[in-house]
Write a protein of this length. Structure first.
Length: 410
């Protein structure tokens, strides 16, 4: 450890792309750079360079790197946040407690892939390094940074279950939240997926899909090099339009420049589902998904039409049908929405890890969290007990350590 130097970086551009990608590919038991694009150097760099994730939007990049000479040995992607938007782990109640104690909650330090509630956050280490020792050392550096800058909290969201125990052993507190996941147990086609539901829900799904076809719409998937740049720009229009419908709550974060750049530099990870009458390049509605390895993530959608069930078709059914055909094992449709249960998405816990610099504030939250985690797990169990599957079908779950509520450090 004595030969390592810590540096704080205010932009991805300060970190060498090739070395970052080596670290991303090296962690054992976790997704590599090909299967988790949200931590790819290009993805994070484009968020910053496009003006989507920048200080004026409440996101100050503040990445911690450990260097041995000119060699990057470990890195933690981090951001100073002036708000809690774009995280999908809702800690406003923490902010309220801080206010009651006369403490300033913002800015806070956050570790995640911005705007992406995607499981997989962790510190990245070079091959051959001691991950437990470096995790503890980096957390000490983060604690010191927070103390020097009067920052109350550091929060790691949607953490990688393989890294989670290292951070918990170093004193992080566990908070469980809920996410949805579709896992393919081996369905050969969409009809096999439908067969897993009870008769009533099979009829409902067929009726919903038929209503879209009866409106004269066809949904065509386009992936990777099949996607022309003009279609990604059209996706930005849908995204902007959809956000504007919600007014001040629209959560429009990504700039047009991000979509422009993604059309070139991230195209291999993109899958578009175009709903059209005639030419797929003239969509009337469209969703954007991201692919990595055997996983698919639903991200954004928009429509020029007000049509019942179109959202379900473009965002759930067509992606599931495509995922089965492509051998995709998992589909994460994005945050929120209990309506996803009716379409076969299982509720699962996701872990976030937290540290606080003020003892009284930390004590209150550490006392509250174990009970909150038990309640969350009970709610997930109750949710999944009502899934509309047939009696013979045993839905696949993805158990991981994030299901556990480990003892809080003394």
């Amino acid at each position: 450890m004595a030969d390592l130097q810590a540096r704080w970086h205010q932009a991805m551009a300060e970190l060498p792309q090739d070395q970052w990608q080596e670290l991303l590919a090296n962690h054992q038991g976790a997704p590599d750079s090909a299967s988790l694009p949200f931590y790819d150097w290009n993805w994070l760099q484009l968020l910053e360079a496009s003006g989507s994730i920048v200080p004026r939007q409440g996101w100050q990049p503040c990445h911690l790197g450990l260097w041995r000479g000119e060699r990057l040995v470990a890195v933690a992607p981090l951001y100073l946040k002036g708000h809690s938007y774009g995280e999908f782990v809702f800690d406003q109640s923490f902010a309220q407690v801080a206010g009651q104690l006369g403490l300033r909650y913002y800015p806070k330090l956050v570790g995640m892939s911005p705007l992406s509630p995607v499981q997989g956050y962790r510190f990245l280490f070079a091959a051959g390094e001691n991950a437990a020792e470096l995790t503890a050392a980096m957390l000490e550096l983060i604690d010191d940074f927070c103390a020097r800058n009067d920052i109350l909290s550091c929060n790691f969201l949607y953490v990688d279950p393989a890294w989670q125990p290292l951070a918990e052993e170093a004193g992080c507190a566990l908070w469980l939240n809920q996410q949805s996941q579709w896992t393919n147990p081996g369905h050969a086609d969409f009809e096999a997926y439908l067969a897993s539901f009870n008769a009533n829900q099979r009829r409902n799904i067929r009726r919903e899909r038929r209503s879209v076809r009866d409106a004269g719409l066809t949904v065509t998937p386009l992936a990777g090099e099949q996607i022309p740049a003009v279609l990604v720009r059209r996706m930005h229009d849908f995204y902007e339009q959809h956000c504007s419908r919600w007014g001040a709550w629209g959560s429009k974060y990504l700039t047009e420049a991000f979509f422009e750049a993604a059309a070139c530099e991230l195209r291999q990870h993109l899958v578009l589902f175009s709903a059209h009458r005639g030419d797929p390049l003239e969509p009337l509605a469209m969703s954007l998904c991201v692919r990595g390895g055997d996983s698919l993530w639903g991200r954004y959608w928009g429509s020029d039409l007000e049509l019942d069930n179109l959202h379900f078709e473009v965002c759930y059914y067509a992606p599931i049908e495509w995922a089965i055909a492509q051998g995709i094992r998992q589909f994460d449709p994005g945050a929120g929405g209990r309506h996803k249960r009716r379409r076969g998405f299982i509720a699962e816990p996701r872990a976030s890890l937290h540290r606080w610099s003020q003892p009284r504030f930390a004590g209150i939250l550490r006392q509250w969290l174990p009970g909150a985690n038990r309640q969350l797990l009970a709610a997930i169990e109750a949710d999944n007990a009502e899934l509309p599957f047939n009696a013979a079908y045993d839905p696949p779950h993805a158990p991981s350590r994030s299901h556990e509520s480990s003892p809080e450090p003394g």
